[in-house]
Design a binder for this molecule. Structure first.
Ligand SMILES: [Cu+2]
Length: 147
């Protein structure tokens, strides 16, 4: 009777290997004081064959984390909260100043140059991916070139 649990574990392993989780690249955040809001940027890649979407971000160092999109309308810069950021199969989306960004609201400690801000990203597929946002003034590496 021991073969049943083993078979279940094996099939779960195959299922998770077949689903390619999104990847977080070059995550970075600007310096910010304790109690204020930090902004995070990154590139999300979807290596899988199915569409996915970022639906939530959480961090132990922020009271609340929101996904925002900046836009210019009539010469006025504004930002709005978005419920999800679509990730096409085989594609990537860049979060950068002036566009998509993550807002870390209510920082429990200051973000200083060289610090890392841990976060967990949740996707529509159910994938949960951990990320470390490196605190700096510019992206830690060059953005991923378009395929
Ligand atoms: Cu914002």
């Amino acid at each position: 009777m021991r073969s049943l649990p083993i078979a279940a574990v094996v099939s779960m392993g195959l299922a998770s290997a077949a689903h390619a989780a999104p990847q977080v690249q070059a995550a970075w955040s600007r310096p910010a004081a304790q109690g204020t809001t930090g902004a995070g940027f990154m590139t999300l890649a979807n290596p899988g064959p199915k569409p996915d979407a970022l639906v939530a971000v959480a961090s132990p160092l922020a009271g609340q984390v929101m996904i925002h999109q900046s836009a210019m309308a009539g010469g006025v810069a504004s930002m709005k909260m978005v419920a999800q950021v679509p990730l096409p199969p085989g594609g990537h989306v860049t979060f950068a100043p002036g566009g998509y960004h993550v807002m870390f609201v209510g920082l429990t400690r200051a973000l200083k140059l060289g610090d890392t801000l841990p976060a967990t990203l949740t996707f529509a597929s159910g994938a949960r991916v951990k990320a470390s946002f490196v605190v700096g003034l510019t992206p830690p590496v060059a953005p991923v070139p378009k395929p």
